[in-house]
Design a protein around this ligand. Structure first.
Ligand code: ZN
Ligand code: FE
Ligand code: FE
Ligand code: ZN
Length: 266
């Protein structure tokens, strides 16, 4: 079992030290854990540091994870240092600069903003009441596809995060999902099966079964992650995740070491 997406208290909305997550992983029988703290956002998008770690923390974060990796080297789990980076419509130079200046095992690509709105922030949930849900969904997936095409990301995190609070579109998503899956395949990115959606009003993993099936048909590789924001969430609901992956035909998953793919059996 491998968990490719966990956070810590450093991000401003999580709990626990990195060492606590390693202990939790060991307790859960996890063989590989990849820390993927939120890459520092530009100050204007995260003025009080509630979405991402402060820029001055990035080097310390990587040092901390690498020293945990060294301490765990003889045993289990294997500890890897990744990052969750936002695709930002107007600030990609910021993202590119930070990614180029550091070495990571895995770079997850995320879309948490649609036209400047942090649509998955529980504090901004009331904006969904006046939002055009169909348009927001289309816009979200356009962003995700553009993000995948940048080549900056190894895997697309929680690829249908737009459903988090349970607002669903009125249109049939089949064509949209086929397009998204084709784009992922062409871009060579993996998708993440994230169990975080099971802890939210969406009440299903990200992505749901239809998008997951489209990705499987298109030959898109998959990673598995809990998006844990507290140690007890490491490997959250992985049995359910494995059933859903197997149901659409996945037999192998991937994780990343030094940005290179490693396969393992589901
Ligand atoms: Zn987070
Ligand atoms: Fe995220
Ligand atoms: Fe995350
Ligand atoms: Zn996340």
């Amino acid at each position: 079992m491998i968990d490719c997406h966990v956070h810590t208290a450093r991000c401003g909305h999580g709990e626990g030290e990195a060492a606590d997550y390693v202990l939790a992983a060991r307790g859960a029988g996890i063989e590989v854990i990849t820390f993927t703290e939120h890459l520092p956002l530009p100050q204007a998008l995260d003025p009080v540091r509630e979405y991402s770690m402060p820029p001055c923390d990035l080097a310390g974060y990587l040092d901390e994870v690498r020293s945990l990796a060294a301490a765990s080297a003889a045993g289990s789990p294997l500890v890897l240092a990744g990052v969750e980076a936002d695709w930002l419509e107007h600030d990609m130079d910021h993202v590119r600069g930070l990614l180029a200046a550091h070495e990571f095992d895995l770079v997850l690509g995320s879309v948490h903003f649609v036209d400047g709105w942090a649509f998955d922030d529980p504090n901004l949930i009331e904006q969904w009441d006046t939002a055009d849900v169909d348009a927001t969904w289309r816009r979200y997936f356009e962003h995700v596809v553009v993000a995948a095409r940048t080549g900056l990301f190894d895997a697309m995190a929680h690829p249908d995060l737009v459903k988090k609070f349970g607002y669903r579109p009125s249109f049939d998503t089949a064509e949209l999902y086929d397009w998204v899956a084709e784009e992922f395949a062409n871009a060579g990115v993996a998708i993440e099966l994230s169990t975080a959606g099971l802890r939210k009003p969406a009440a299903e993993p990200y992505p749901g079964p239809d998008l997951l099936a489209a990705c499987a048909r298109a030959g898109v590789r998959a990673t598995l992650g809990s998006d844990a924001h507290r140690p007890s969430e490491v490997a959250y609901a992985f049995d359910r995740a494995r059933r859903e992956l197997a149901a659409v035909g996945y037999e192998r998953l991937v994780y990343f070491v030094g940005r290179e793919t490693r396969e393992y059996l589901l």
